[in-house]
Design a protein around this ligand. Structure first.
Ligand SMILES: [Fe+2]
Length: 343
């Protein structure tokens, strides 16, 4: 269902205020061939309302001919900024970058953030953005959970379906996504509301059983019959199940890359306004599935790269898997109990 420009300008204004955009700051908007025109024009209007100096950089899409999936998160690593010194020079002169294109998992993004620039990604359709405008409460909930995760040495994930996974923590930073960029050098994604980190290399061991209703991204499908993943020393070494498992195996094999099977980010959803069911209501090309990634009480884990965390694993294969009904224990503290947040 569509939203008015008025609603979207107000939504952007809230996000820009939370992101401390002030008069005279340089806001650069990154776009590409599939940027939503309403998101773009309302971002420009709201940024001008804040008194910002606004520029737009339109970049060429990449990887389309390599990826099996039309999803922008399905094939990562090289981006339109790779080798693009002209665009990089402009971004390094900006205060805030509004990424309406999807510049994830790239060394260039890392370089921009290290220089203290802020990057806010926003590529969901306008009505999802408008429904999930971030708040300070979202930030506080994510930060409070982050304080617990920061101290944890071990994560244990279990479920009645058969998941039993243990990994060590502490070597990689936290990823706190709450939907706005209120600190220099901060990257965030509107909409979101989840917490993640990366398990220490080689430390993850056990079994993950994806149960009926768990979600595979970029497939954007709800699992219909269980998929059993065996995890040994940080890598998925075996995938078993019926049709859903066969589809996952075939897709992952297409990358012909052993690093695709590495356990990547792990964490849990904290956004109470995001819903598990939303993915069932959208066509696959119209969303990247942020409700699925963020709904409160999910266990969200990923397979593939760790360049977001400053690591060197830059495989193009990236799979996010939000699961329901899991219990997540940090050392001896339960933070999610059978899919429900422990307050
Ligand atoms: Fe991911």
């Amino acid at each position: 269902m569509q939203v008015t420009d008025h609603v979207m300008v107000n939504a952007w204004s809230k996000v820009l205020e939370l992101s401390k955009v002030t008069p005279g700051q340089k806001v650069t908007i990154l776009t590409s061939s599939d940027t939503h025109p309403q998101t773009l024009r309302t971002a420009i209007a709201a940024s001008l309302n804040q008194g910002a100096i606004v520029n737009r950089i339109d970049l060429q899409p990449v990887n389309g001919e390599k990826s099996l999936s039309p999803d922008k998160l399905a094939y990562v690593g090289t981006t339109p900024l790779t080798g693009n010194t002209v665009a990089m020079a402009a971004l390094m002169e900006s205060d805030v970058i509004l990424d309406l294109m999807l510049l994830l998992f790239s060394p260039e993004q890392h370089e921009i953030l290290l220089a203290g620039k802020k990057i806010l990604l926003a590529v969901e359709p306008p009505e999802i953005l408008a429904r999930l405008v971030p708040t300070k409460e979202d930030r506080d909930r994510v930060n409070a959970a982050g304080d617990m995760l920061q101290k944890a040495k071990q994560m244990h994930v279990s479920s009645e379906a058969g998941t039993d996974l243990v990994c060590s923590l502490g070597d990689y930073p936290l990823l706190k996504e709450y939907g706005f960029v209120d600190e220099p050098g901060r990257w965030d994604h509107w909409p979101s509301g989840f917490l993640a980190t990366w398990s220490n290399e080689s430390s993850a061991n056990g079994t993950i059983v994806l149960d009926r209703g768990d979600i595979l991204l970029p497939m954007k499908s709800y699992v219909q019959s269980p998929i059993t993943l065996t995890v040994r020393s940080g890598y998925v070494t075996d995938i078993k199940g019926e049709l859903d498992a066969e589809l996952l195996i075939d897709y992952m094999e297409s990358f012909n890359d052993a690093e695709a099977y590495a356990l990547s980010h792990i964490g849990w959803g904290l956004q109470k306004r995001a819903r598990w069911s939303v993915l069932s209501l959208y066509s696959r090309d119209s969303t990247i599935g942020m409700d699925a990634r963020a709904f409160a009480g999910n266990f969200l884990f990923s397979l593939g790269p760790n360049t977001e965390a400053g690591g060197t694993r830059d495989t193009p294969c990236h799979i996010d898997i939000p699961m329901r009904n899991c219990t997540i224990k940090l050392d001896d503290q339960i933070v999610v109990n059978k899919g429900k947040l422990v307050e």
